[in-house]
Every structure is written in structure tokens, then in C-alpha cells.
Write a protein that binds this ligand. Structure first.
Ligand SMILES: [Ca+2]
Ligand SMILES: [Ca+2]
Ligand SMILES: [Ca+2]
Ligand SMILES: [Ca+2]
Length: 350
């Protein structure tokens, strides 16, 4: 294959993957193709359109069986692409490529392995490393910076900042304070405040004006990821509260922002929440980020809220391909030729 053809093949593969990466998570998508040149890769012209793809939700045993309900089905488009989006976090799925014929070849159905939908592909914070910051009438602004392994905290350092806005009492951010790897945000009765968590690299200060220390990190991981993912919850007095997420690049003048509503729980983080990159407003691209902030509070008094992990996720990929017997000298003769070659190779190895 010439260099130009290889380039074209890469463009086709990348554009197909990028095209399916925009789906609202949780999502499962992929490409169906006939691998005519037996390289296991998608090459131009190998895409299979009109192939029936079925989505099943697992009954909980992780095995594909009769008790797994059919959710929906669709046909692959002209690019061989299918996409199921807006699925349910925490559930497991199977995708089945239906039987079909292609010329003289017929192919039996093929089922994927079990597909989980809440896969954190890049961790911003596991909230494993204990840290706290508490503001009170005598300490109106409190801050803390903590270094942690980069596998737990993106950019190694987590900065906490708390400040009262209304009422007399305490505002506190705590991480892993009671043997549970969560971020806890509390304000005492009748108090409203703000809590800002910053990931801006090692700058040693939790000032709410972030440094630009993440060095242009690509949260999309080359187009693989399409959304922020966390698990969160707030008690009933916090109804209407949101988690704001801000992305910075080069400076604080322009940032991108989005919000995840807090689901009402008993105050513990038990519900998944996600924020699609496509719903962020502002000029900063998630593919080139120098600082990240999470902003809590600012709306309600007497808050008892939790955020479990903070991560980035994308659609789950499930491609299907079939190997087509080439027909340079006619179908059956070609098949016999292949068998002959295989026998020859085996004999040589003895
Ligand atoms: Ca191929
Ligand atoms: Ca099952
Ligand atoms: Ca920092
Ligand atoms: Ca900082």
C-alpha cells in the first residue's frame, strides 16, 4: 500500500471514530466492516451499511442470555457506523450484530462481551487523599493545597478554598474525612458559602484565581472522551444546587463552564452525573486545558453534599468485522487455494 493510501485509510478510520465520539454518554458505538485485506483494520471501502445491530441490557449476571431485554436496534449507516446513546450509567449492555449475507458469504450473528458504561478513562481526582479546609466567622477564608500521586490527582496538587457568602457559621470542604473516598461539602444551618476545588498543577496556593500549570492537557485523549463523569448527591435542603466545572487556558480572562445538577439523595454520593463537553459554554476547548475548577455552593444554605470521583469518560466502542474470502479466481477455487496454502504452511512447520 502506498503512503498516500495509508494516509487515506487513517483519515477514514479517524473520521469514523470522531464522528461517533460526539454521542451523549453513556453511549455505545462502533463500525461494522468486511475486512477484505485481512489486516483487522477498517480500510476505505470495507464499511458495511444496512447491518442490523441490536442493543440488549444485561439482567445483572454479566452473561448474554435470554433474560437480557432487547432495548432497541438500528442499521449501520453509509459509513458502517452505529450509535446508541443516552443510555443508563451503571447498567451493563450487550450489542449483537445480526446475521447477514455478503455475496456468497453468510455470517452468523456475533455478540459483544459485556459492556460497562461508566468507564473513567482519565481521572481528575479520586478524592482518596485526605485534606480539609474550613471557614468560620473568625477565619473568613480558608485554603489548603495537597500533593498526591498523579494517578489520584491530575497535575499532582489539589487546592481547596472555602469562603462564606451569607449567614454566620462554618463552611467546610473535606476529602476522605471519614474513611470514604469522597469530597464532602458542608455549610452549617443558615449559612451559604462557596467551595472551590482547583487542579492547576503545583503552585502551592489555593487562591481562587488558578495558575495555568496543567500544561495543555487533552481531556478528550485524542477524541476518545466526550464528557465529565462523577458520582454525587446532596440532601433535600440543597435542592437546586449544581456542581460548576470550569476550564481555563492561558489565563483567567476567558473560561469554559458547565454545570451538573446535584441529585437529591440522603446527602451521600450515590448517583452518576455527567456533563457533555459539547454543552460547555466558553472558548476553552477540553482538548487543551491549563487549569480545572469545580465550584460548589453559591445557591443554597445549609448544604450537605458529596462528590465521589471526578473523571472524564466517552462512548464505549464495539466494532464488528467479518473476514471475507477473496475471490480472485472465483469463490470456491479461491477458498480451496487458501486451504491449500494453509496446509502447505503447516507441513513446513513440522
Ligand atoms: Ca482491512
Ligand atoms: Ca444476562
Ligand atoms: Ca495547585
Ligand atoms: Ca492554585
Amino acid at each position: 500500500m502506498t503512503r498516500k493510501l495509508i494516509g487515506m485509510a487513517l483519515v477514514v478510520v479517524l473520521s469514523s471514530l470522531c464522528a461517533v465520539a460526539q454521542a451523549t454518554v453513556p453511549a455505545i458505538n462502533g463500525v461494522v466492516y468486511a475486512d477484505a485485506n485481512s489486516d483487522s483494520l477498517l480500510n476505505p471501502g470495507e464499511e458495511l451499511s444496512g447491518i442490523d445491530i441490536k442493543l440488549f441490557v444485561d439482567d445483572g449476571d454479566g452473561i448474554f442470555n435470554a433474560s437480557d431485554a432487547l432495548v432497541t436496534s438500528m442499521l449501520t449507516d453509509a459509513s458502517g457506523v452505529y450509535s446508541f446513546d443516552g443510555l443508563t450509567f451503571g447498567q451493563q449492555y450487550f450489542v449483537e450484530r445480526s446475521p447477514f449475507t455478503l455475496g456468497a458469504n453468510s455470517f452468523a450473528a456475533e455478540v459483544s462481551g459485556v459492556i460497562a458504561t461508566a468507564n473513567p478513562n482519565l481521572i481528575i481526582d479520586t478524592f482518596r487523599n485526605s485534606q480539609s479546609s474550613k471557614a468560620s466567622p473568625s477565619i473568613p477564608v480558608a485554603t489548603s493545597s495537597l500533593n498526591a500521586p498523579s494517578s489520584d490527582v491530575l497535575g499532582v496538587e489539589r487546592d481547596l478554598y472555602v469562603k462564606p457568602m451569607d449567614g454566620l457559621g462554618e463552611i467546610e470542604l473535606r476529602v476522605n474525612a471519614f474513611g470514604k473516598e469522597v469530597l464532602q461539602y458542608d455549610t452549617t444551618s443558615g449559612v451559604m458559602g462557596t467551595g472551590i476545588i482547583t487542579w492547576d498543577g503545583i503552585d502551592g496556593t489555593a487562591d481562587p484565581t488558578p495558575s495555568m500549570g496543567l500544561g495543555g492537557v487533552d481531556l478528550t485523549m485524542g477524541g476518545t472522551n466526550s464528557a465529565f463523569l462523577m458520582m454525587l448527591g446532596i440532601d433535600a435542603t440543597g435542592a437546586g444546587e449544581v456542581v460548576k466545572v470550569r476550564l481555563f487556558k492561558d489565563g483567567i480572562a476567558g473560561y469554559s463552564e458547565g454545570a451538573i445538577p446535584f441529585p437529591i439523595t440522603d446527602g451521600t454520593a450515590t448517583v452518576y452525573g455527567s456533563l457533555d463537553f459539547s454543552s460547555l459554554s466558553g472558548p476553552v476547548s477540553p482538548a487543551d486545558v491549563d487549569a480545572i475548577q469545580m465550584i460548589l455552593g453559591e445557591n443554597k444554605k445549609s448544604i450537605d453534599a458529596q462528590v465521589d470521583f471526578f473523571a472524564v469518560t466517552g462512548p464505549s466502542r464495539q466494532n464488528f468485522f467479518v473476514t471475507v474470502v477473496p475471490e480472485p479466481t472465483g469463490g470456491l477455487l479461491g477458498l480451496m487455494g487458501l486451504i491449500g496454502c494453509g496446509s502447505l504452511v503447516r507441513r513446513k512447520r513440522r
